[in-house]
Design a protein around this ligand. Structure first.
Ligand SMILES: [Zn+2]
Ligand SMILES: [Zn+2]
Length: 311
């Protein structure tokens, strides 16, 4: 059900725990980190999937120097909500799209009702076209700064869904270019095909690999193409050395930081609910990998995010 959780990651627990103290502590939101001195943005979050109100999430984030968030929609309803929220809050920018796992559900049906639209019958290509037209209309709005998350997800989508996923990805690239918005890429176990389709279609001027998950060689390829690389909390995981190697070679002027909250909570809070206020934890871990000060990295990341999303 998680849009971009890792295989071993579970969705954040709800308030209904087992009641035992250890479980309650494990499910509790992590403590506030030390505030950043240089404010940054959370370049990719899902406030609509987190506990509490938007006001609470933004206030908590701002209290530790996370003053801006990019709210990412994963289906038509979520994208509409992202656009409305961005219009209502100066600190929020929106990205709109059909998630790579949403497109096949629209075409082939969704008996389990993963998305907020509930269980759905197969809609075929016509239903996908209709949903893409809705995304296209949202992408024209001034508060919408990005088109995404779109891309390919070979982890959750099987062979039967790949055609719909690819058609949706290509359509989103075209929408981003036509509206002059940033393209936000979700690439899960599909590196080569994502890079190939971007080359074939011609990538938009500003392209962001959200929750970057490639290796150092791919990071160099992305850097050569001018793609932004956004690192999430999984860069802190013990088993994520290849990701840290990628971060080490990525140019500072292309780096972004994100939570992808409520997923991918950074160590040492892995498994507990994630939220934008935890950005400092990931940013500090990134600064260590890059061998730069936290302030220097935050300054670069803040400028990069504004450049990527054009705000
Ligand atoms: Zn994603
Ligand atoms: Zn996401």
């Amino acid at each position: 059900m998680a849009p971009h959780d890792t295989g071993s990651e579970t969705a954040p627990p709800t308030a209904a725990g087992s009641g035992s103290p250890s479980k309650a502590a494990k499910n509790a939101p992590p403590p506030l980190p030390e505030p950043l001195r240089v404010p940054v943005a959370d370049s990719h979050t899902h406030l609509d999937m987190q506990q509490g109100t938007v006001d609470e999430a933004l206030a908590k984030a701002a209290s530790v120097g996370v003053t801006t968030v990019v709210q990412v929609g994963c289906d038509v309803a979520g994208s509409r909500w992202a656009a409305e929220t961005a219009e209502a809050y100066d600190a929020v920018h929106a990205a709109v799209a059909l998630h790579p796992n949403e497109a096949p559900r629209i075409v082939l049906g969704d008996p389990d009702g993963w998305s907020r639209q509930g269980a759905r019958e197969p809609g075929g290509d016509a239903a996908l076209d209709e949903a893409l037209a809705a995304i296209d209309a949202l992408a024209a709005l001034p508060h919408v700064r990005g088109v995404g998350e779109t891309g390919l997800d070979y982890f959750r989508t099987g062979a039967e869904g790949m055609a719909a996923q690819e058609r949706s990805f290509r359509a989103h690239i075209e929408i981003a270019k036509r509206h002059g918005k940033a393209l936000v890429i979700h690439d899960r176990e599909a590196h080569a095909d994502v890079l190939r389709i971007l080359r074939e279609e011609g990538a938009p001027e500003r392209t962001v690999f959200h929750c970057y998950s490639g290796d150092a060689a791919m990071a160099k390829e992305c850097a050569a193409a001018g793609y932004f690389l956004s690192f999430a909390g999984n860069v802190t995981f013990k088993n994520a050395q290849p990701l840290r190697d990628a971060l080490a070679v990525a140019p500072a002027e292309l780096l972004l930081v994100e939570t992808d909250a409520p997923f991918l909570t950074p160590a040492p809070f892995r498994g507990r609910p994630n939220a934008p206020y935890l950005i400092p934890v990931t940013l500090r871990a990134m600064a260590e990998v890059k061998g730069v000060t936290e302030d220097a990295l935050a300054t670069a990341v803040a400028a990069n995010t504004a450049r990527a999303f054009g705000y």
